[in-house]
Design a binder for this molecule. Sequence first.
Ligand code: SAH
Ligand code: SF4
Length: 426
Amino acid sequence: MVWRTICAGALAGLSIVRMTASARISELIGGIEKMPLEHYVAPARPPLVGMTRPQLADMLSELEVPAAQRAMRVQQLWHWIYLRGAQTFDEMTSVSKELRGALDARYTLARPVVATEQVSVDGTRKWLLRLPGQHAGEGAHDIECVYIPEAGRGTLCVSSQVGCTLNCSFCHTGTQRLVRNLTAEEIVGQILVARDQLGDWSARTPQRSDGADGGRLITNIVMMGMGEPLYNFDAVRDALLIAADGDGIGISKRKITLSTSGVVPNIVRAGAEIGVMLAVSLHAVRDDLRDRLVPLNRKYPISELLAACRDYPGLSNARRITFEYVMLKGVNDSLADAKALVRLLKGIPAKINLIPFNPWPGSAYECSDWEQIEKFSEIIFNAGYASPVRTPRGRDILAACGQLKSATEKLSARERLALRAMAMTD
Ligand code: SAH
Ligand code: SF4
């Protein structure tokens, strides 16, 4: 469990308790990581969503379903949950009434609750999802999930944590103090909720008119929402393997991209155990600058990060790693930086994704001038790399990268103290 390695920071947690509410965020987040302060509390009836096939088979064995029937029953449940989007056991008409009753008594199919939905003028939709499993007096665990429609495809941006334990200095999510890992159910739940909201179930709803990707609206998934997915490895792996399963949600691994700030040991594991496309948040070409922008770099410097990228399985011109590079005015956007970037990535099948910095209240950076972004992009393009500049989407609803920061932050001072006291006693 990742938290254990981080919880060595318990003293840091104590010092947070002593700080006044007006303490500057930067004082709280100076280090590489902050400790998680909240705990997941399982609901009274555990969720079926998020269970792997072997876990479903074990669950059926506990319900005394005969061994010979289990594989067939697992397939039926999988079909109802992930292909048809069933929200109640009652509608699973191919499952015996007796088994439906037994499942209903012990398990739930409940989704994260949609607290708010915002629709941008450009069609981007952002959902604030409220997660169950809260102690009395504990604030909501809110996460955000964003759907971005484009011609011929639709991308769902999914969160992996409430907040993020890392402290990238340009990222709004990184300033959120309350952090916990999402469960596999909560990660898959975001996809199910998005399909519910969009009416995007293949077995239920009409297909999109252009017929692309079997007619579904959600064709691609990016783990680029709140949190560092490789600090929540097991849940992210289980959730993405469920999303890629062809008998259910069915979004192929080539259309799923996991973005990481550079957790080197888990990049290796992701290659072996998940096999989706990789995006790496590079943002700087020198360690001294990357140490400041992405403090995790002090643990896993650029050379180690790029070595892990070179070894990522299955790379080819058709399967490239995306390197994300946020354009920060006067910080990392010189033309010398662009040339160094090209040299650094030599030999790695790569795409370079330039992201205009999305400012947020209190951020210490500005977005590079458009002219500078174009010159930077030209150097990369002339070196033979595709270098799309990511068009900011949903800016009017704060749905763009690095702006996701949920209402969890808005706990009262008393609630925060109660939470921290709980975190200390565990
Ligand atoms: N934690 C992972 C994935 C979530 S962040 C990661 O860091 O890769 C998704 C992307 O948004 C990352 O490339 C991140 O560096 C970028 N990002 C964060 N804050 C941003 C901001 N304010 N403006 C533009 N991009 C930002
Ligand atoms: Fe976390 Fe990614 Fe934001 Fe860094 S950029 S603080 S790793 S969400």
